[in-house]
Design a protein around this ligand. Structure first.
Ligand code: FES
Ligand code: FE
Length: 379
């Protein structure tokens, strides 16, 4: 038998944000400035940059951020802008610079720590301070094997705003640490280009009301989700696997054995965490699924989803497809639902928004959080 936490009935209806919040370009611009450019943003999986000079560029708010590895093997993040005349330095999404970072316009050259090291006729410009004219550094922290960057002049506490999300959800940070996500290997990555506003994707992820309707494979493994309650948002609660499910797979087959450090009470359970503003982490006994959202426009969000397993599982060439397929289907079902909703946000029928069922008070809290951030009241 599975258990569902008790839900306190509430009499007052919670309404959603108004429809224009999901379509208005000016609202999106404000969100870029006041949310994505102020908070820690999960940019890249650290192991993707596997050697000095390997780089990835990502859109963070209105800025392009370049993340690379220096000669000492440390990750560095910079605004992807040449300090000479402002040309975009790296135009590719990813790649490898073998010797240094050279601007394709007039060949100003920076080392992997961002220092200006060469420029044509630099000797004729004695007033150029090479340190002053280096690339603009962006603060970077690593957690769960990912590089998080922050464009704020004074970044908020990483411990409170990022790690704190796991503590808030799971009761303590040790819970997530036991999955040792930073030591896992990439078994599969799928990128989804979703024609929907980023908030619809977050709300959908936090919601369980739709599970019985659109996620038959998921509710086979996690029967309590079929009740429509967002059980994953009760502190410390993990949804229990169905007795007949051997693993978190599309066909109920066994997975790859428990990750070595997770506790007995974490076994055969699914935990989901939202790290605002753009990360979802799913924890199951033998793998971890990490979604990073990249909001590109009011009506477009790119989602990169990683399935992470023990290195020996990936190195052995084991078939991970039945566990990948389960959440890939969930993603497709969720994103299709978001894309069906997006065009209606502009309708006069949705001018004042919609309603949330009482068990979704945490989605109401998300809406309040967005509103506070835009009013400049949030951290
Ligand atoms: Fe980059 Fe001139 S703009 S070298
Ligand atoms: Fe869903």
């Amino acid at each position: 038998m599975t258990t569902t936490p008790e839900l306190a009935p509430t009499s007052s209806l919670i309404t959603t944000l108004p429809g224009t919040s999901y379509t208005d370009p000016e609202t999106f611009r404000q969100e870029q400035e006041k949310i994505f450019e102020r908070l820690w943003f999960c940019a890249v999986r650290s192991a993707d940059l596997d050697k000095p000079g390997a780089f990835r560029t990502v859109q963070v708010g209105r800025e392009s951020v370049l993340i690379t590895r220096n000669r000492k093997g440390e990750l560095r993040a910079f605004l992807n802008i040449c300090r000479h005349r402002g040309a975009r330095l790296c135009t590719e999404e990813s790649g490898e610079n073998r010797r240094n970072l050279q601007c394709p316009y007039h060949a100003w050259t920076y080392d992997f720590d961002g220092k200006l090291v060469a420029a044509p006729n630099l000797t004729s410009m004695p007033d150029i301070d090479r340190t002053e004219r280096g690339l603009v550094t962006v603060p970077l922290r690593e957690w769960l094997g990912y590089a998080w960057v922050c464009l704020a002049d004074e970044p908020p506490s990483f411990e409170d705003t990022v790690i704190g999300a796991a503590v808030e959800r799971l009761g303590d940070a040790a819970h997530i640490e036991r999955y040792r996500t930073e030591g896992l290997a990439l078994g599969k990555r799928i990128t989804y280009d979703v024609a929907a506003n980023w908030k619809l994707i977050i709300e959908n992820f936090m919601e369980c009301y739709h599970c019985a309707t659109i996620h038959p494979e998921l509710t086979d493994v996690l029967p309590e989700f079929a009740d429509g309650f967002a059980a994953q948002y009760y502190v410390g609660h993990g949804a229990e696997f169905a007795p007949e499910a051997e693993g978190f797979t599309v066909d109920g087959k066994g997975g790859f054995g428990r990750l070595p450090e997770i506790a007995e009470d974490q076994d055969r359970r699914y935990y989901a965490i939202t790290v605002r503003p753009q990360v979802f982490v799913n924890l199951v006994p033998d793998h971890v699924i990490v979604h990073r959202m990249f909001p590109m426009a009011a009506d477009r969000t790119v989602v990169e989803c990683d399935w992470l397993y023990l290195p020996e599982v990936v190195e052995s060439g084991a078939d991970v497809s039945s566990s990948v397929e389960l959440f890939h289907r969930v993603n497709q079902q969720d994103f299709e639902a978001c894309e069906r909703t997006q065009p209606a946000m502009d309708s006069r029928a949705y001018r004042d928004g919609g309603v949330l069922v009482p068990s979704e008070h945490h989605i109401g809290a998300f809406h309040r959080w967005v509103t506070e951030q835009l009013a400049g009241e949030g951290a």
